[in-house]
Design a binder for this molecule. Sequence first.
Ligand code: 3EB
Length: 343
Amino acid sequence: MRSSPGEQPIQPLPATLRVGYHATEGTNFHPAGVLATLRFGTQPGKNTSIAPATGLTIDVGLAPLHTTHQGANRAELWFATGPVQTGQWSDAAAVQPCVVRYAHDGNHLFACIELDEREHGGILLTAEHAYAAVRRFQQQSAFPYLLRMWNYMDAINEGAGDLERYRQFCVGRGRGLVEVPRTHPSATAIGRQQPDHVLQVFWLAGNVPGQSLENPRQVSAYHYPRIHGPVSPTFARALIAPDRTLLISGTASIVGHVSQHHDDAMAQLEETVRNLGSFAPHVSRNRSASSKDLLKVYVRDPQLAPRVADRLHQLYPGSDILLLAADICRRELLVEIEAVLAS
Ligand code: 3EB
């Protein structure tokens, strides 16, 4: 560490998160120097793999939508900041086998659990088992701070009222992750449009805490009233990572706690954009020119992709935008956007 006489030693800068979307060639795409690769349009739960040379590779399963702005398949790459180590951890306390696959680079950890709901007794118990494993894994991890979590399942809107699968997932997640994490991570919970019975939970964690943010236009998810389900989701609207990268949670057309513009996807898009705008004061000021902002856009009706893409490219011309066909956690919601805003 550099220091000059009479001065405090300069603290090392936090490791930089570098993320990008890159063109791929099918399922043999395993680039080097990355902590994690997320592949889209591939079957989840079958080919998730770990290797020190290529980190953790996860098949997300959501179909990428082709637009004039977006051609071939792309993968999301989380670049490593040092040598990558990988491993597999089995939850010894679990009733059913529960394996966490992970990769870390000394600064950040990426980890994944994929469970077949048929082996765990439905979405509620599967979520409970997955999150109990997340909790126990994180408790013994050198990267104890959850920064960002993704949850993907199929048939997310199936079932009525409190039996809707998303709400059942929230109940199980709440039971599994009994101790509230030190800081709420930012999160996404989304439905795949093909049935495959897999609950997939993956996350980014660090050895330094991030700073959770809420959205002044929205009620915090953990304070949602009872009408949205028996157990509120526990995520932050966004999180400032240690390097100042802004990790924005899945954001939809919700103001207060109420869904806006039912049946109008383009009006929902505009509301969602206003919600994203709340985070403008937190965007890093000394951003490096090389890193692009990433927007991941979940669209319920694939036919709307061209219009949604045109509008977002108009609003965010310098950003990399990935559209995926997906179901959103409330049935009236037609579009949701998550973002990584570079530091
Ligand atoms: C919302 O604002 C939309 O259950 O982890 C967004 C991000 C949503 C994360 C979660 C849910 C979750 O309530 C849904």
